[in-house]
Design a protein around this ligand. Sequence first.
Ligand code: ATP
Length: 582
Amino acid sequence: MDTFKKLKHFYWPYRKYFFLSLFSLIFVTAITVVYPIVLQITIDEVVRNGNYSWIPYISTAFILLMIVKGITTFFHQYLGEFFGINSVYVVREELYEKLQVLSFKYYDNAKTGDLMSRLTSDVEMFRFFLSFGFSELIRITLLILFSLSVMFYYSVPLALVTMAAMPFLTIVVFQFDKRVHPAFRGIRKSFGRLNTRVQENISGMNTVKSLSREDFEIGRFSNSSDNYRQNYLQTSEIWAKFMPLMEFIGNVCAVALLAYGGYLVMDNQLELGALVAFFNLVWYILGPLMNLGFVVNQFSQAKASGERLLEILEANEDIVEKETAVDKPIDGHVTFKDVTFTYIEDDDKALKDVSFDAPPGKVIGLIGPTGAGKTSITQLITRFYEPDEGEVLVDGRPVDDYKLKTLRSNIGFVLQEPFLFSTTIRENIAYGVPDATDEQIIDAAKRAQAHDFIMEMPKGYDTMLGERGMGLSGGQKQRISIARAICVNPSILVLDDATSAVDMETEFKIQKALKEVMKGRTTFIIAHRISSLKHADEILVLEQGEIVERGTHDYLLSNQGPYQRIYDIQYQDRETIMEAAK
Ligand SMILES: Nc1ncnc2c1ncn2[C@@H]1O[C@H](COP(=O)(O)OP(=O)(O)OP(=O)(O)O)[C@@H](O)[C@H]1O
């Protein structure tokens, strides 16, 4: 019940609808129990005692009851659904909001497919229990209570015989829950894994096809699918074992009832109509008790789903905004003081004692082999991660003094593989500034050298892009992302390998666009090619998380250090190779 208690604040505000639904349910259930009573009166009074004049009254009363039942059933169902769907509406909203604030650390380990299945099928499972399961549990209790009351009214000894089976059934149901709950947790987990497989496969379809790994992928999918199947079958086995057992206990009870009840009728201690009514009533108890297995099953599924939802809702938000965080304009002065950083505890350090100072408007180049820590530096400026030691300052203040929104909206990114949403080009450019005017958007596109190719498209700025920006070349995507950065007008700019994926002509265009966007902004250029950052005011050469050399291009060229070696590989050796090829 802990899971439901923890999730209470989602459904409790809607309790009014739940209780109204429950109130209607009391009528529905009470009227259901009236059926056997009508049967008893008809047999004993009308048929056996010959009171045929009662027929019109009984019929009218019966019809009236049916009308009331129809109306109350409507309210019970509708309000139950209303309660469930509104509660999970809030759950879904809160989950989504939580996903927006969870840090990169969380996403480093999270699997998209699994998260998707939590946000869809787990939420749905929880809703189903709120809408139907809860009230079904109460319907069962009410039906048993009402039926027992009528049974005790007809015959106390016979009612006691019926009750004798209840403890056995309760034990079986309890055992059932104990086994079926872990099984359902297994099902939900393997469904999450299955979703992850599908999602990764579709996202990585290019890689799969280009490496001809379709068969391997099919095999991996089959494994996950088989795992889901096995989990499901295991649960079905538990289900299949317990259901007949419950039914058997129920039938033994019915036989005992008929034998003892028959004896009471023959002994004139019970009217025949009462026995028939009794036999109907006993199924109103046994049926729901057996059905309890189904409700317990739903309850277990909802509990397993609720646990998975809580795992997201209670996930640690390691990047928290201070209460005193400020919202001040940022000039773009970035300072690192002895910064050391690791992504995963006990892992190698991604940055070691990194210090530098980047005054507003200066250009800092970051170069070094892959995995040297270039991107990590920029991830700390935006506070995507936090350093283990040392300080990251912007305009002389630690980055955690700023509101996250203030800090991040002042830092623009142009990445090697920009992410474009499947919407119009206009919306993609204005993504960071949703209220940007058409003039602003067009101006940004012009400065990013993107206006011309956008205008060549049939719908211009209203052209819809496919998922992940399909339908555009790498260079075009890049320029849209530069326009996006210009639109935001950040004081700090990060160009992460922005020109590595394009041909020389496009690179030239992009460089022109970048020059435009860099004007007046502190810029960090991450590059493998010296040509991309040789004009930087300071170049930091990184190796295994450490700054091993720093200075201007000219200084570094004469320093006989790692930068010069990179230069030699990229320029002189190339010339030698070109010479040799002549
Ligand atoms: N999300 C992450 N979780 C764990 N380790 C990471 C993560 N991102 C990077 N690392 C590790 O941190 C180190 C520095 O990585 P970083 O991405 O900063 O290098 P880089 O110099 O930008 O490399 P590249 O030129 O390939 O982009 C590497 O050893 C990398 O494996």
